[in-house]
Ligand binder design. Structure first.
Ligand code: NAD
Length: 302
């Protein structure tokens, strides 16, 4: 009989990830608080349960793909701290926590799992909905070697690159550091294009120079914030995401939390978190994060 996997949180990411597990031959029992998400999952061959606890009971592995750390901790331990999926699962079950949450929340989830006699790996992803559908996500994992070894073939069914980053919380740490680079570098690329416009440079000219010079980076060469130079970038389709401004604001909020917790001075990272928070509040939440160039341009009149 195939391994049974519980999948809690069948949204934009979790839905297609669960479907890919079914395609790989796993028996998947899912649960989402939104009925439509359960219905969509059933159409992809996922059985659904009436609660997270019911899905976790009898599963060999429990995957969570939720919005916030609070949701993860509630699903793990129950809202009042008693029960939840950790108590419902058989002892020694492996919990794979794939949501993007604070490093501290991930460590708390590991601790709760250990206390309940369960095993845990934090394994956040990058690659977006496109990667979730195509099964090409990158997973960044934190936990023991043994738990990583058990998780790896399951993660392979949903992703292309699976990286063991270290002990509990190291997956979330890698994710937050990567997104700090991405958030700051996108702002720098946007500022450079707006400055280039003011100085009379064609977009393509600046792109041709910088993409072959020391300004080269993913924000420029893959997700170029102006239409033209990179035909597949969101700028060519009115900034449809892509990677939504709301998610970048969320991720840099988590970076800010980590910066404060560790006492690291990161003037650009802190400022970037503030800039994306404002961008998301002022209409950028559902746009690709590269649309921040429009805000920079608007503020640069005169
Ligand atoms: P989503 O909101 O589409 O999905 C989350 C799902 O969790 C929702 O369907 C929601 O109803 C469900 N949920 C909430 N509380 C629940 C509970 N108690 N029990 C069961 N289900 C519950 O979000 P998403 O875009 O799928 O993102 C999921 C996670 O992945 C987030 O942490 C996000 O930051 C991260 N992420 C998203 C992307 C992306 O491009 N969307 C990329 C990388 C990482």
């Amino acid at each position: 009989m195939s391994t049974r996997i519980a999948f809690i949180g069948l949204g934009h990411m979790g839905g297609p990830m669960a479907a890919n597990l079914v395609k790989a031959g796993y028996q998947v029992t899912g649960f989402d608080v939104v009925p439509a998400a359960n219905e969509a999952a059933r159409q992809n061959g996922v059985e659904t349960a009436g609660s997270a606890e019911a899905a976790a009971a009898g599963a060999a592995v429990v995957i969570t793909m939720l919005q916030t750390g609070r949701q993860v901790l509630d699903v793990y331990s129950g809202r009042d701290g008693s029960g939840g999926a950790l108590a419902a699962a058989a002892p020694g079950t492996l919990f794979l926590e794939c949501s993007t949450i604070a490093v501290e929340d991930a460590k708390q989830a590991h601790q709760a799992a250990e206390t309940a006699g369960q095993r845990c790996l934090d394994a956040p992803v990058s690659g977006g909905v496109v990667g979730a559908v195509a099964g090409t996500l990158t997973f960044m994992a934190g936990g023991t070697e043994a738990d990583f070894a058990q998780a790896e073939p399951i993660l392979q069914a949903m992703g292309k690159r699976i990286v063991h980053c270290g002990a509990a919380g190291a997956g979330q740490a890698a994710k937050v550091c990567n997104n700090l680079i991405l958030g700051v570098s996108m702002i720098a690329v946007c500022e450079a294009f707006v400055l280039g416009e003011k100085l009379g440079l064609e977009h393509q000219t600046l792109f041709d120079v910088a993409s072959n010079a020391s300004g080269q980076c993913w924000a420029l060469t893959t997700n170029c914030p102006v239409p033209g130079p990179v035909p597949a970038s969101p700028a060519n389709r009115d900034y449809q995401p892509g990677f939504a401004g709301a998610l970048m604001a969320k991720d840099l909020g988590l970076a800010l939390q980590a910066l404060q917790a560790t006492g690291v001075t990161a003037e650009l990272g802190s400022r970037a978190a503030e800039i994306y928070r404002r961008f998301a509040e002022e209409g950028g939440a559902d746009k690709d994060f590269s649309a921040i160039i429009n805000q920079i341009r608007e503020r640069s009149q005169g």
